[in-house]
Design a protein. Structure first.
Length: 492
């Protein structure tokens, strides 16, 4: 049998420079098989070799250069050598080549890996006879195998060779950029609570002063009622609750007492809830919060074509004498599978140091009054409420908290920053050619596959993916906040 010459296997490493590195197996020529005539003595004559070109195997990676602060995943060249923002291909690393990157760090990334399976592409190697006219003529013989005649549902040799640079597989192929803002907004910590907090304080900031005035009036009414009851004032001075001889009369005559207690309880619940929220925000001022997750995951099987004709999508097309029946020589089923995943990973901090300055010194006495109100209910002494409630502190606290919330709300989008934020994507496209050659000797089943893997990583600036000028376009407030958090460069 004639020798099938496969293209030489090997790796050619590009010397193109520091911007990128490639690990490609180039396009090479080979012989897929040879046609012969066989005479009556069994001699093979008039050889006619059939050439074909292999598809290249492409491994290419571009990465913006800067020193990685977390786990090292490749080499880098400093910006002083390349200029600001120049992309550079870092070393190919197994964390990138197999599955998701295990370390989501670094700058913008583009990675391509394209290969055909099987690598030699030649399948069904054997000796196949067509018409045999011996002893009066010759027999037709084909020794060799078969390869795809093209990839109409995949990518051509030229498109594969230009991957990452031009054509259908350029740097913008199935770009995830349209998902960037959506992903950032989905996974950044929620800041909508400040709108609700602002509404609460705008509604209640004057309530402490109003309740103080009401408490003083209720205290005086209580004292006046005690003066009409012999011995009651002396007994009331030592009691947390109103004496039975006074309580019923006070409740019947002073109609504002029950609404006052309700407002006092409402104010305390508001203070307690908002104070917990602000204490939590204050604790998180020094904490980076990791957020992330899936943005998109899809898998699609697309039928391209099923043909049944003289050659299908198989090369070479032999003469009719090699096939079993006329008109149905090769059946080819073409389809491709698209798998796409986009995910986000980021680290965020909300900067609001103003909460640290809130005075909580009288929190204990205020809580004690609320506990007494809860225990004694409507019979608690109005004098006790008037004398023990820290009215000045309470008014100052609500006023200061309201001012802080209003100040934060006016600059809320400047205060949420990211130390790093990445939108990442992996695309796997596998084009399939399932063909059957209907030879005289029987059906020959063949399968080829073209696999394209593309990975991208898009890096955000501290305020998201939509910052037009990057760190050069920040407001003075944003620059001050980044300086306070120690962020002086684009996160990575």
């Amino acid at each position: 049998m004639a020798k099938v010459v496969r293209p030489r296997q090997g790796v050619v490493e590009s010397k193109a420079g520091p911007r990128y590195r490639t690990q490609d197996e180039p396009v090479l020529s080979g012989i897929v098989g040879t046609n012969y005539l066989v005479d009556g003595s069994g001699n093979k004559i008039n050889p006619s070799p059939l050439a074909y070109n292999t598809y290249p195997v492409i491994k290419r990676m571009w990465d913006e250069s800067h020193k990685l602060e977390r786990a090292r995943i490749g080499g880098y060249v400093t910006k002083s050598r390349l200029g600001h923002g120049t992309p550079q291909l870092v070393d190919l690393h197994h964390h990138f080549i197999y599955g998701r990157p295990q370390h989501n760090s670094g700058g913008p990334l583009l990675y391509y890996h394209i290969r055909n399976q099987p690598r030699s592409e030649i399948q069904g190697i054997g000796s196949y006879y067509g018409n045999d006219l011996r002893p009066y003529g010759y027999a037709y013989l084909y020794e060799g195998g078969f390869v795809p005649s093209g990839w109409p549902h995949g990518y051509s040799i030229t498109e594969v060779a230009n991957a990452g640079n031009a054509g259908r597989l350029d740097m913008n192929f199935m770009s995830p950029n349209s998902y960037a803002a959506e992903a950032y907004n989905r996974y950044k910590p929620s800041i909508t609570q400040f709108d609700a907090m602002q509404f609460v304080f705008d509604d209640l900031k004057d309530l402490p002063g109003q309740l103080e005035t009401t408490a003083h009036g209720l205290h005086r009414a209580y004292q006046a009622l005690l003066g009409k009851t012999p011995g009651a004032r002396k007994a009331a001075a030592k009691s947390l609750v109103m004496p039975d001889s006074v309580a019923d009369q006070y409740l019947n005559q002073v109609f504002g007492w029950l609404p006052f207690l309700g407002d006092m309880s409402k104010l305390f619940k508001t203070y307690n809830g908002q104070n917990r929220k602000m204490a939590e925000i204050s604790r998180q001022n020094g904490t980076w919060i990791k957020r992330g997750g899936n943005v998109l995951r899809e898998r699609e099987i697309v039928e391209y074509a099923t043909v049944d004709n003289f050659s299908g999508y198989v090369y070479p097309a032999l003469s009719s004498s090699f096939y079993r029946s006329a008109g149905s020589w090769v059946t080819s089923h073409l389809y491709y599978i698209l798998e796409r995943e986009i995910w986000f990973d980021g680290s965020f901090k909300f900067y609001a140091p103003e909460f640290d300055s809130l005075n909580r010194a009288s929190e204990g006495p205020y809580g004690e009054i609320m506990r007494l109100m809860h225990y004694y209910g409507v019979r608690i002494s109005p004098t006790v409420i008037w004398e023990l409630t820290p009215w000045t502190w309470l008014g100052d606290w609500f006023y200061d908290a309201s001012s802080i919330i209003n100040n934060i709300t006016s600059s809320i989008f400047d205060r949420l920053v990211s130390r790093y934020a990445y939108l990442m994507q992996r695309i796997d496209i596998s084009a399939h050619n399932d063909s059957t050659v209907h030879l005289k000797d029987g059906d020959l089943s063949l399968h080829w596959e073209q696999d394209v893997t593309m990975k991208t990583r898009k890096a955000a600036d501290p305020y998201g993916f939509e910052t037009v000028g990057g760190l050069l376009d920040l407001t003075s407030r944003q620059s001050m906040i980044l300086g306070a958090l120690g962020i002086t460069h684009r996160p990575h």
